[in-house]
Design a protein around this ligand. Structure first.
Ligand code: SPV
Ligand code: MG
Length: 290
């Protein structure tokens, strides 16, 4: 079974799939080792790793190159966060085959205007495109894919933009009709109420996708019990874990005046060399360095 087939089958199965964010191949490898079903190629994380806002500042090629590097490193399916599709339906038609060729198994495209602002920013600029315009973008994405198992996930930001559940449902239904394989419904409320209400009202045939960053109390068992959600995405936990760990270690080295206090608690250099694929290189050495 191909990686794309595995992803599609799991997305459509009654079992909830989980995806962990990654901003580089090393983070993706750690997520794979931890047992996540998929890798979330997060635009937020990649932007943060360049220390720029998640506001269409990075180019499509920067994101695409990272997705290619991640997909080449792990066997786990990769879901690429293509933001707004980098323009209109024409841009989408040109971008989707490139993501597919990069080895990713799915793209998530959101119904905001380009350039976007990130969803969870307080008082962010959240403007949505017309429903018909986004339908065209979904249709362009579906028509552009070459492997029928490559998934197109449509994301509505109606709740993020404060437009309410009726608008969110209208959009989600329209996006399913336009060909989306799943609907990502995002919320930045600190309780899951808004999302739970949307899920209860969802009458479509395709699975929902949740990103519970703002309402972390909703755990996988609760989401699985809802029955309509196929995928939960942990959107920024790789970069937040990295930032927290680096801050702590850097501060300790400054306060200790050296690395003696942190050394024993850090992953060893041997561990990092193993993560770099040392076993594979040793095999190449054994075979070919004569
Ligand atoms: C991302 O991780 O880039 C996302 C999820 O799109 S969020 O940042 O919550 O919008
Ligand atoms: Mg994003």
């Amino acid at each position: 079974m191909t990686r794309h087939q595995r992803f599609r089958q799991k997305l459509q199965s009654p079992l909830l799939m989980h995806a962990m964010s990654a901003h580089n191949p090393l983070a993706a490898r750690l997520a794979q080792d931890a047992g996540f079903d998929a890798i979330w190629g997060s635009g937020f994380e990649l932007s943060a790793s360049y220390a720029v806002p998640d506001a269409s500042i990075l180019s499509s090629s920067q994101h695409l190159d990272m997705m290619r590097a991640i997909a080449a490193t792990v066997d786990t399916p990769v879901i690429a966060d293509i933001d707004t599709g980098f323009g209109n339906a024409i841009n989408v038609a040109y971008m989707v085959p490139q993501y597919e060729a990069a080895g990713v198994s799915a793209v998530v495209m959101e119904d905001k205007t380009f350039p976007k602002d990130t969803s969870l920013r307080a008082d962010g600029r959240q403007e949505l495109v017309r429903i018909a315009e986004f339908e065209g973008k979904i249709q362009a994405a579906c028509a552009a894919r070459r492997d029928p198992d490559f998934c197109i996930i449509a994301r509505t930001e109606a709740l993020i933009a404060g437009l309410g559940e009726t608008e969110a449902l209208t959009r989600a239904r329209a996006y399913e009709a336009a060909g989306a394989d799943a609907i990502l419904i995002h919320s930045k409320q600190s309780t899951p109420d808004e999302i739970l209400s949307f899920v209860a009202a969802w009458d479509g045939g395709v699975p929902l996708v949740l990103v519970p960053t703002a309402y972390p109390q909703l755990c996988e068992a609760d989401i699985q019990a809802l029955g309509k959600v196929g995928l939960v995405i942990y959107g920024n936990h790789a970069i937040r874990a990295a930032v927290g760990a680096m801050r702590e270690v850097f501060a300790r080295i400054r306060s200790d005046g050296g690395i003696h206090g942190v050394d024993a608690s850090l992953p060893s250099v041997k561990d990092i060399i193993a993560l770099q694929g040392d076993a594979a290189m040793r095999e190449l050495e054994r075979r070919y360095l004569k």
